[in-house]
Design a protein around this ligand. Structure first.
Ligand code: CP
Length: 316
């Protein structure tokens, strides 16, 4: 559960590593600011609440794992706010190839004095410890298979936008829940906001009961889709598997396709955090279905991340 009594670490130095660093009031403020950004952008093609003091800020985007949406949307959010992003991607052109560690890389990037960091890494403790003693805020852009707080925020924002509210809504995560940082962060956030959560996963992809408690697992996709207001499909995260997954069983029983979504209500929405793999967890028909909001999720990511950056850097 979220720590509703917490002093908001986000506003201090340590940053946002998990949705549990946020309280309900802060989430409401972020959604309200994100909505304002969206409305002004849709009408005027700019963020009217742009804070001129942000023009002098620089943000380091540091990606030790691959990304398309998160990096691009943080960069676009910076751009719309007038913040200058400087991006580091740990590929073969960096000194990591020469043997420099991730933490030493971070120390060197820190020495260049950006005003804030946005970091995607499969290592969390070292990064958290580092930012405890730094005066710079840090926002997680995804941590291994454990946390993806800004994805959870943009998903919750999208659900609220499309369905009017989150409280009482039924969300089912379909597929590889065990290895999905998106599902872990979404589950904590959505439960705290009053939603009901369930999963529909094969045994090998079910999350640990110690983390997910008594969340219902639907054995039949048809029953899960009949129950839910939101069907969130998840990619099979092969890069995080220790053994080869049985994909043909997965596709037969858990893939969202024209035939399998027969029991989904016309009022329900279909989500996917991306990247999706066509003809594995989802088919092209579903990407094009009128209930699918995948590209709205991506668009909303810019507004939600801009709201977060405004809050983190606007008053500093
Ligand atoms: N949803 C998400 O985190 O996508 P990327 O890995 O492309 O950033």
């Amino acid at each position: 559960m979220l720590n509703t009594a917490a002093i908001v670490a986000l506003m201090k130095n340590s940053g946002l590593f998990s949705v549990t660093d946020l309280n309900i009031q802060t989430i409401g403020q972020l959604f309200s600011l994100a909505s304002q950004f969206k409305h002004s952008f849709v009408r005027h093609k700019q963020f009217l609440r742009r804070n001129e003091s942000l023009s002098y800020k620089s943000v380091a985007l540091v990606f030790f794992e691959s990304s398309t949406r998160t990096r691009f949307s943080f960069e676009m959010a910076c751009n719309r706010l007038g913040i200058r992003p400087v991006t580091f991607i740990a590929n073969s052109t960096t000194s990591i190839k020469k043997g420099e560690t991730a933490l030493d890389t971070l120390l060197n990037l820190h020495a260049v004095q950006p005003d804030a960091f946005i970091i995607r890494s499969d290592e969390d403790e070292g990064v958290r410890e580092f930012f405890k003693t730094s005066q710079k805020p840090c926002i997680s852009a995804g941590y291994g298979k454990f946390h993806h707080p800004t994805q959870a925020l943009l998903d919750a924002f999208t659900i609220k936008e499309r369905l009017g509210e989150i409280k009482g809504k039924k969300i089912v995560f379909i597929g590889d829940v065990r290895h999905s940082r998106v599902a872990h962060s979404n589950k904590s956030l959505l439960l705290a906001l009053g939603a009901e959560v369930a999963i529909c996963s094969p045994k090998d992809f079910m999350p640990s009961p110690s983390e997910w408690g008594e969340v219902e697992n639907f054995e039949q996709l048809t029953s899960a889709l009949d129950w839910c207001d939101v069907a969130m499909s998840l990619r099979v995260q092969k890069e995080r598997h220790s053994t080869k997954a049985d994909l043909s069983n997965f596709i037969q029983n858990y893939q969202l396709n024209k035939k399998s979504i027969g029991s989904l209500s016309d009022k329900a929405i279909i989500m996917h955090p991306g990247p999706f793999v066509v003809d594995e967890e989802i088919t092209r028909d579903i990407v094009k279905d009128s209930r699918t909001v995948i590209h709205q999720q991506v668009e909303n990511g810019v507004y939600v991340r801009a709201a977060l950056l405004q809050k983190v850097l606007g008053d500093r």
